[in-house]
Design a protein around this ligand. Structure first.
Ligand SMILES: NC(=O)c1ccc[n+]([C@@H]2O[C@H](COP(=O)([O-])OP(=O)(O)OC[C@H]3O[C@@H](n4cnc5c(N)ncnc54)[C@H](O)[C@@H]3O)[C@@H](O)[C@H]2O)c1
Length: 390
């Protein structure tokens, strides 16, 4: 991992910040935290899956910069990405006497980052948050752009990210050296979001995004096998896509040239798949349920097939997407799905349903995507069948 550090600016007026990407970025907490945070107390919300040395590195960097610390380790699960967890962290913040000038550090994957961000957005009506993502998915996606929140359980249903706030971090430190301990399954999940960015990169960046899908497909298999030679460049190029979309439509108001909703490409399908607890990526019951990134991968294949059925994707492009997803070891179809008609019905629970009308993000060739309101039922069914639904 000899790549130089990269800095990506997120330009949002007085909420602007930098994403620092590279091996060793976490140690920069020492020099940079006091520049972006006026207070001197920090609540560190650290992922329980991280090696102790990573948590200690962050704690030492903050301590040597003069911060008093309280640390809470959190075992991430979608079930515990909840208001109960937020409540207990708010109590930790109060116990540690954080005031409005102080900071919450989210050190971990997307779950820890989303929860830590929401705690920061809520405590005393908002304190600072620094995000230090440690999964590939959180580096390229969840840590950037200010969406924070938790899930809501209503009876049998776990409604994903149903409660939350837009709350931009003061800084993001994506230390790619932390990926060395990330299990391969989660490296693959991050690559699913990278392929998604590749599929929207022209819409987000214009011609500069033209080769992103192809390049990601090229380096993806190496990353999936744990070779992190190109990790900094990968994260930097994908943060650029996220940054451009967030800059164009920070709060998903859908008013400008680019809608933030396009970041949800594949997700309307994926959210349904995530609700199916017994489906596994490889047919082995032990690996059920699907992880978020695996569901997104299947969602990309389904959305691409849907677009094909609507005449918006050529056969070769559909095959290219399926090939790229499969070549990084992500599932392109799964066993044990309910009937396509049942799955299509469940899509209507999604947050993207507005006024009873389904809105799905559809690729328009490789690199471009658009919000499709009320897509033809037959095309949606075609999408579900492409990933194995009967
Ligand atoms: N806010 C946003 O814009 C946004 C965008 C995309 C996804 N998300 C959310 O992100 C979540 C998924 O995030 P995720 O994929 O990072 O999953 P995750 O947070 O569940 O982390 C995956 C696993 O990796 C472990 N882990 C984390 N870093 C590690 C490391 N360096 N070494 C070893 N193990 C490590 C964790 O303990 C966990 O078991 C979902 O809840 C999703 O809704 C949010």
């Amino acid at each position: 991992m000899r790549e130089p550090m990269r800095v990506a600016p997120i330009e949002l007026g007085d909420r602007s910040y930098e994403v620092v990407i590279g091996a060793g970025a976490l140690a920069l907490l020492h020099g940079r935290a006091q520049l972006v945070v006026p207070g001197r107390r920090a609540l560190v919300v650290a992922d329980a899956g991280l090696p102790d040395r990573v948590v200690t590195l962050a704690e030492d960097a903050l301590r040597s910069a003069g911060f008093g610390l309280a640390t809470r380790r959190l075992a991430p699960s979608e079930e515990d990405k909840s208001l109960e967890t937020v409540r207990s962290l708010l109590e930790d913040a109060a116990r540690a006497r954080l005031d409005r000038h102080d900071v919450v550090l989210g050190l971990g994957g997307g779950i820890v980052g989303d929860v830590a961000g929401f705690v920061a957005a809520s405590y005393r009506r908002g304190v600072h948050v620094i995000q230090a993502p440690t999964t590939l998915l959180a580096m390229v996606d969840a840590s950037v752009g200010g969406k924070t929140g938790v899930n809501l359980r209503v009876g049998e249903r776990l409604l994903k990210n149903m409660v939350g706030a837009f709350w931009q971090p003061r800084m993001v430190l994506a230390d790619v050296a932390t990926l060395e301990s990330l299990p391969p399954r989660h490296l693959r999940c991050g690559l699913a979001e990278c392929l998604k960015h590749g599929l929207i990169a022209r819409t987000a960046l214009g011609d500069a995004g033209a080769d992103l899908f192809g390049w990601t497909a090229e380096v993806g298999p190496g990353i999936a096998s744990g070779d992190l030679t190109h990790a900094t460049e990968l994260v930097a190029r994908h943060v650029e896509v996220k940054a451009a979309v967030v800059r164009a439509d920070e709060r998903e108001e859908d008013a400008g040239r680019v809608s933030r909703a396009i970041l949800n490409l594949g997700h309307t399908f994926a959210h349904v798949l995530e609700g199916l607890g017994d489906v596994s990526p490889d047919g082995d019951a032990a690996s059920a349920p699907l992880a978020h990134g695996e569901a997104v991968a299947l969602g990309l294949v389904a959305a691409t097939a849907m677009s094909g059925a609507m005449g918006e994707m050529a056969g070769a492009e559909i095959a290219e997407v399926r090939g790229a997803v499969g070549s990084v070891g992500l599932p392109v179809s799964v066993e044990g799905l309910p009937r396509a008609e049942d799955l299509a019905e469940r899509m209507r629970d999604d947050k993207k349903v507005v006024g009873g009308t389904l809105r799905v993000i559809a690729p328009r060739g490789i690199g471009r995507a658009a919000v499709v309101v009320d897509p033809p039922e037959s095309a949606v069914l075609e999408g579900w069948r492409a990933i194995g639904a009967g």
